[in-house]
Design a protein around this ligand. Structure first.
Ligand code: HEC
Ligand code: HEC
Length: 617
């Protein structure tokens, strides 16, 4: 059966559990409401057990009840240890059994909001706590944000917790290294999950996902009533829906999508914001003479008329590459470049294609020789006098690993590489000037409710309800995190693409990384410890611009937006597929064809027409 538009084993189990617990009728009512167009993402099971029966006799030994290995109604919560920060940011580490209060007379509720650092609806939930707190008797409700993962799918660090603390109104912000919390059974499973526990039994008395803030006073109020206590929120009236569709939390996510922001600071590039460097960079970006066949420039695969992308599944330079060319108009808004993030700056990225045999097939010696011959004045206006160089003949084809390179003196190698790096920094300065035009979603998010048609608004609702905004939110519709989705590979050799896990060696091994001598502000590389989690992971791409192109995913193998929606509804390549690599993130939604089809009109709104302000009129 379908359950809140989500299907599969988890949903079936949840439906069975709900039915066994006597909340089936309310599920049906909710399904009816969904059919009538109401928001669909507030699954819940309210405590079906008699409140009294759930509270055991006072047990002063305070042993945490045995866990049953799931998050399910009336089961004890698994006891795990947390690293935590209290409201004043003081360290407040605890183990769950310390919250067990078997001898209390009054009910006490522990509200665990389970999310991840990159999850936008989780962030909105955390920031909205104070909207519903305060009416409850002092000490009767404790709210803990539990963060399961950071952008590299690692256990959140102290810095991650501190960053979350800044905007969360929770009592405690916590993370746990206990991986089994990932596997706990929640359905439908997108974040934030809310688990409400009664502290005298440590039994789960409420469970749900995607709750807007207004849901908490309603759920908790009902629980107080069930425990025969006055409902502190009895006079609470939920705010009206925005545009008849979106609760306040959902609307906050939508507002956050309106275009805003600036490129990230790139201290490793001292000319990042230099207009002369950008002018020079623009000329270099379009120059085909750098390539070994004289026909390939950056713009061959990142064409302005194609939103700085191309329309091939996998790009074609001197040969076909293994991945799809992303639109680069918004690349300067993030630090990590490429689908696997193997470049940590735009200038480092720009140096790759020049020396890549399949892309431009050139060498730093050739490129530097050409810049010395054709761009000297523009170069010197930015970087000062160009040092003396060998003859062209000696420079041609010189790059590490070649005979020509070995023939150069050490000083000369350094000079050539220095100029090469400056070329990358100029191209990066140009890329920083690129922007995209506003689209209908921007107008809608700014309050013009006529900007989207009915199917588009419903598609946006589906986009929220399916959990897409966990990862695709904010002005670029990306969380800049790495996830395993098992999109099909585009590798020419037919092998699986291992994604992020293979990026670290390339980043660490490159002399052009942010920690190296060519960085204008060397910084230690932030590398995750548990890299196995990133097998098959790719960086969430911006969705701005998808409406005006085909070929999706890192491999470029999903031809249409419909194919992408279908791929999501099936949660990626099957285990049996030889090219399936990694384990699909637990929070990737699985849904039925109804929801799948409803998403498409919204995805087609996501235009991202690029603006090149430096283009000659
Ligand atoms: C042969 C086609 C081709 C050429 C030529 C090419 N690129 Fe790319 N570009 C790609 C592909 C394919 C990717 C994705 C590769 C990957 O992730 O492994 C990419 C990725 C990028 C990215 C990362 C964007 C992101 O969102 O992660 C930037 C920026 C970029 N290219 C800029 C450039 C610049 C600057 C040049 C010229 C120096 C250039 N490209 C030349 C095909 C090309
Ligand atoms: C867990 C995070 C996550 C969730 C949830 C998620 N996405 Fe994605 N999305 C990604 C990542 C990562 C990629 C790149 C995957 C790849 O190429 O391997 C991606 C790629 C895409 C693309 C292709 C974009 C391009 O430039 O090729 C589209 C379209 C898309 N997602 C739409 C959706 C929709 C619709 C939903 C909800 C049903 C959704 N996403 C849910 C992380 C997520």
């Amino acid at each position: 059966m379908t359950f809140f538009g989500v299907r599969g084993d988890r949903a079936a189990r949840a439906a069975r559990a709900a039915s066994a617990n006597g909340v089936f009728a309310s599920t049906l009512a909710l399904l009816a409401a969904i059919a009538a167009g109401a928001p669909a993402c507030s699954s819940t099971h309210l405590d079906p057990v008699s409140a009294d029966a759930a509270v055991p006799a006072c047990d002063s030994t305070r042993t945490h009840p045995p866990d049953v290995g799931t998050f399910s109604i009336d089961a004890a919560l698994p006891d795990v240890a947390f690293t935590a920060l209290a409201a004043d940011s003081a360290r407040a580490d605890f183990t769950l059994h310390e919250r067990y209060l078997p001898c209390r007379t009054e009910p006490k509720f522990l509200v665990l909001r389970i999310g991840a650092t990159w999850c936008e609806p989780c962030r909105i939930a955390a920031a909205s706590t104070s909207k519903w707190r305060g009416l409850e008797p002092a000490g009767s409700v404790e709210v803990i944000d539990v963060l399961l993962a950071n952008a590299e799918q690692q256990v959140p660090t102290a810095a991650d917790l501190a960053a979350w603390r800044v905007h969360s109104d929770a009592d405690v912000v916590a993370s746990t290294a206990e991986r089994r919390w990932f596997a706990l059974d929640t359905a439908p499973n997108h974040m934030p999950y809310t688990v409400i526990v009664e502290k005298r039994s440590m039994h789960v008395v409420g469970l749900g996902h995607g709750w807007g803030w207004q849901e908490y006073p309603q759920r908790l109020g009902a629980l107080f009533a069930r425990y025969k206590k006055p409902n502190p929120w009895s006079s609470f009236v939920p705010p009206a829906l925005h545009d008849g569709l979106f609760d306040e939390s959902e609307w906050a996510v939508i507002e956050g999508m309106a275009w805003h922001g600036e490129p990230v600071d790139e201290p490793s590039n001292r000319v990042a914001t230099s207009p002369q460097a950008a002018e020079l960079g623009r000329r270099l970006f379009f120059d085909e003479t750098f390539s070994s066949n004289g026909a390939v420039s950056c713009a061959s695969c990142h064409a302005p008329e194609k939103n700085f992308g191309d329309d091939r599944p996998q790009s074609l330079g001197l040969a076909k590459v293994d991945r799809h060319a992303p639109n680069v108009a918004l690349a300067s808004y993030k630090h990590a470049q490429f689908w696997d993030g193997r470049a940590d700056s735009l200038w480092m990225q720009a140096l790759g294609p020049l020396e890549n045999a399949k892309e431009m097939g050139s060498s730093r010696g050739t490129v530097v020789g050409r810049v010395a011959a054709s761009y000297r004045a523009a170069y010197e206006a930015v970087f000062g006098t160009m040092p003396a160089l060998s003859t062209d003949a000696r420079l041609v084809n010189a790059m590490p690993g070649t005979v020509a390179w070995d023939a150069l003196a050490t000083d000369e190698k350094r000079t050539v590489t220095g100029i090469f790096v400056n070329i990358g920094k100029s191209i990066a300065a140009y890329e920083r000037t690129l922007r995209v035009r506003e689209n209908a979603l921007d107008r809608y998010a700014r309050g013009d409710v006529t900007a989207l048609t009915d199917p588009e608004r419903k598609g946006l609702a589906g986009f929220l309800h399916a959990g897409c905004t966990q990862c695709h939110a904010g002005p670029r519709l990306t969380d800049d995190a790495y996830h395993v989705l098992r999109f099909p590979t585009g590798r020419q050799d037919g092998l699986a693409d291992r994604g992020r896990i293979d990026a670290f060696a390339l980043l660490e091994g490159s002399e052009f990384n942010g920690a190296g001598v060519w960085s204008d502000s060397p910084m230690a590389l932030a590398l995750p410890a548990d890299r196995d989690r990133l097998l098959g992971a790719f960086k969430t791409p911006t969705l701005r611009g998808i409406a005006s192109r085909g070929q999706f995913g890192h491999g470029g193998t999903l031809a249409t937006i419909e194919d992408v929606a279908k791929h999501y509804s099936e949660r990626g390549l099957k285990d049996s597929d030889a090219k399936a690599v990694g384990t699909v993130d637990a929070w990737v939604p699985e849904f039925d064809t109804g929801l799948r089809d409803s998403l498409v009109p919204f995805l087609k709104v996501l235009k991202g027409d690029s603006v090149d302000s430096l283009a000659p009129p």
